[in-house]
Design a protein around this ligand. Structure first.
Ligand code: PGA
Length: 254
């Protein structure tokens, strides 16, 4: 079975519903044929999801994801949107994005609950892991990533582990214009496989798609896609520019 390549666009807190509609329509026109082994996932802000879903009806090039979701199905959680509420609209949930970890102080325990709720509702979690600059410079990058992985996946059953995606996104590379060198990404991918294998066994570890994210653009995308262990990209800024995002998709499809 050929492995899939995932190109995930995280629109962050950009685009009103009207702007989202414009962006997705431009993308639909700009992106040519997407081969079956390339999965494009758009993650717009939650308020745009129904608009974008509507624009994508009868259109199978793109899937939808949400940037964050709360693990409880419903309740007194002002301002939150639950996994249960988006389960009919999206197929993917970003869990533990570095902006959630660092700006909103999300801890590994909560992220683990989000990952578990995502699988409980039959959706695919994209668990984001990555070290800060300080953690890298002090030689702790691998340990930090291993800890995030271990706790983030700790509430899943072995069956649920079969449908999980991991995105390695060094915090210092996100939104900074300073992408990680492909060699550094490769080293971390190898380490992630090793850590997953130690806890979950090598068959499962080898089946989990690993993505790179952090200042990916149309010029540097191929450097990661060529890595043996890399099965896709999580793209922030460049995904809100339809021409750049379409070029990145083309590189994955080539
Ligand atoms: P960036 O963001 O591509 O703008 O660095 C990455 C992300 O949000 O995951």
């Amino acid at each position: 079975m050929t492995k899939k390549t995932y190109i995930v666009g995280n629109w962050k807190m950009y685009c009103s519903p009207a702007e989202a509609s414009l962006l997705v329509n431009r993308l639909k026109k700009e992106v040519g044929r997407v081969p079956a082994d390339v999965q494009v996932v758009l993650c717009p802000p939650a308020v745009d999801l129904t608009t974008v879903r509507h624009e994508l009806s009868e259109h199978d090039k793109f899937s939808l994801g949400v940037q964050n979701a709360y693990p409880m199905d419903e309740g007194p959680f002002t301002g939150e949107v639950s996994v249960a509420m988006v389960a009919d609209i999206v197929q993917y949930v970003l869990c533990g994005h570095s902006e959630r970890r660092h700006t909103f102080h999300e801890r590994d325990g909560l992220i683990a609950q989000k990952v578990a709720a995502t699988r409980r509702h039959g959706l695919t979690p994209i668990l984001c892991v990555g070290e800060t600059r300080h953690e890298r410079e002090s030689g702790h990058a691998k340990q930090v990533v291993a800890d995030q992985l271990e706790t983030g996946l700790s509430l899943l059953t072995p069956e649920e582990m079969g449908d999980v995606i991991i995105a390695y996104e060094p915090v210092w590379a996100i939104g900074s214009g300073e992408n990680a060198r492909p060699d550094d990404a490769r080293e971390m991918f190898e380490y992630i496989r090793k850590s997953l294998s130690a806890v979950h066994g090598s068959a499962l570890a080898n089946a989990i798609p690993l993505l790179y994210g952090g200042s990916v653009n149309a010029s540097n995308a191929l450097g990661y896609l060529k890595l043996q262990d890399c099965q896709g990209l999580l793209v922030g800024g460049a995904s809100t520019n339809y021409k750049s995002f379409a070029t990145i998709i083309e590189k994955a499809a080539a």
